[in-house]
Design a protein around this ligand. Structure first.
Ligand code: ADP
Length: 483
């Protein structure tokens, strides 16, 4: 099996969220299953110099953007056994941030075309192109329109495409004039079952409409997005494609996120849970909180956007902090949420720590040092935060939506089973109630140790998901696997 994995960010090279974590770790797991998977992504100016220094230049070619030809260079680097290819173009990828540029539509059209053009240049002919999110949404329609039957003597003829939706909220919607001015797509593709979306062009919809299979990152989210509430106006086409839509849960890299590695203050394992307490005390000190190992410490690590349930926290933050608990927040994003946390830090000195930035090291210290991890998302395709938290024995408190519902088992006081505390409705009082339930159990040291152990014994490594992706690739190519 040969797979070309197209993605707009991948850890450790470029990361804005969970997508990068997935792109950094899924291919590694798939290669262990004997799949020749290679990753292609833009060569952003933000990629750390240490990686740029190690890249080697393979060659260059050009992409047609209807009215001009655009140069691009191809660099490669093998990282942890996975070959990465980087598309280099200063005009498009030497910017102050990855997304949110005025010409994003043009930048990622260029990227989608490069993803296809580069294949004969590097001599790689995949069975599958696996696309991820709107930035790669045009690949499948461009393959159909311009490549499959018309280029390089059949080179592209038998390539299939799979589209994975990591977050349906971000769709890449642009003016329809791009159709012939930039993309070079015929108007026969501009209809409600194709790329048209409220008289604009929608890149993600293109990916959904023209790929052989569509996946998303948890089973529950795969069901949710077919409804009006979660469907972000694409529920119609998702229902239409429901036979080809499935959910495959994300995993996390268990090697890189190991409570026994020295990235945290004091390494610990399921056999030395008492050492987790030492991490908590050192975290309290570093974060300017009152040092007290008995006070429950709740962590939040998140992009600060409405999706993450921050409006519930806004409604409840004072009431929460009036209880006997501490809150540490790490996040960057919308100013209104940053202001809310900074206000709370001022109003509840010693009980609240607001860290409004992106900080990988502090993130691991929070995952390992907190008692609980709060994630009350409005919607959550998969969510990685709760998985990291459980890996470090930090008990998640989550809303039952998407991947949160699929990964956190509600704690049952009578049987001692379960890994966290959950609530169903998007309601601030229900969230507060879940926090109170967690605090009550926390007081019973024996029970609490039981939940922490349950969390640490879960297995959310990539192993199982990699097998599911492998089966999906085979299915797309019409290969039946006998077990
Ligand atoms: P999303 O992809 O929607 O942002 P996920 O839970 O899937 O949410 O993934 C978020 C990832 O980004 C996690 O690895 C989380 O630890 C990390 N993260 C989010 N905000 C920060 C931050 N401010 N500093 C460090 N890591 C962060």
């Amino acid at each position: 099996m040969k797979v070309w994995f197209a993605v707009s960010e991948a850890a450790p090279f470029a990361k804005t969220g969970g997508l990068a974590d997935v792109a950094g770790s899924l291919p590694k797991a798939l290669r262990k299953h004997g799949i020749d998977i290679r990753v292609v992504m833009p060569k952003y100016s933000q990629i750390p110099q240490q990686y740029i220094n190690k890249m080697s230049f393979i060659g260059y070619t050009y992409v047609n953007l209807t009215w001009r030809r655009e140069y691009y260079g191809i660099f490669t680097l093998e990282h942890e056994g996975v070959p990465f290819y980087f598309i280099d173009n200063e005009r498009y990828f030497n910017r102050d941030w990855y997304y949110g540029q005025v010409d994003d539509g043009e930048r990622f059209t260029f990227f989608c075309k490069s993803v296809l053009e580069v294949l004969p240049v590097i001599g790689f002919r995949p069975y599958i192109i696996h696309c991820n999110d709107w930035q790669t949404g045009l690949v499948s329609v461009l393959l159909d329109a311009h490549y499959r039957y018309y280029r390089n003597k059949g080179f592209y003829q038998y390539i299939h495409t799979v589209m994975t939706i990591h977050n349906l909220k971000y769709q890449g919607i642009f003016p329809k004039e791009m159709m012939d001015e930039i993309i070079g797509l015929g108007w026969e593709y501009f209809h409600p079952d194709g790329v048209e979306f409220y008289n604009c062009i929608n890149f993600l919809k293109a990916g959904i409409a023209y790929s052989a299979k569509v996946t998303t990152v948890s089973r529950t989210y795969a069901e949710e997005i077919k409804t009006g509430f979660y469907g972000e106006n694409l529920d119609g086409i998702l229902r239409k494609r429901s036979r080809d839509l499935c959910g495959i849960l994300n995993g996390i890299d268990y090697g890189e996120n190991d409570p026994l590695t020295p990235n945290i203050y004091v390494p610990f394992s399921v056999n030395s849970i008492e050492d987790k307490q030492k991490n908590k005390v050192l975290l309290q000190k570093e974060a300017g909180l009152d040092v007290n190992p008995e006070t429950p410490l709740i962590g939040i690590i998140s992009r600060l956007v409405a999706q993450k349930g921050l409006d519930l926290i806004d409604r409840m933050i004072a009431e929460l902090l009036e209880m006997d608990l501490q809150l540490i927040v790490l996040g960057a994003g919308e100013k209104r949420y940053e202001d809310m946390f900074l206000w709370a830090q001022g109003a509840f000195r010693g009980k609240m720590s607001a860290n409004m930035r992106y900080d990988h090291v502090l993130a691991q210290r929070i995952y390992s040092g907190c008692d609980m991890f709060l994630m009350p998302s409005l919607f959550e395709p998969c969510g990685l935060g709760q998985l990291y938290a459980m890996r470090y024995g930090t008990v998640p408190i989550v809303r039952e939506t998407g991947g949160l519902k699929d990964t956190v088992i509600p704690y049952n006081e009578y049987t001692g089973e379960g890994t966290g505390f959950t609530f169903a409705n998007y309601n601030a009082h229900e969230m507060k109630d879940a926090v109170i339930r967690a605090m009550r159990v926390y007081k019973d040291k024996e029970k609490w140790r039981g939940i922490v152990t349950n969390c640490m014994q879960q297995d959310f490594s990539w192993e199982r998901s990699a097998r599911e992706y492998g089966n999906l690739y085979n299915q797309v190519c019409g290969i039946t696997v006998t077990k």
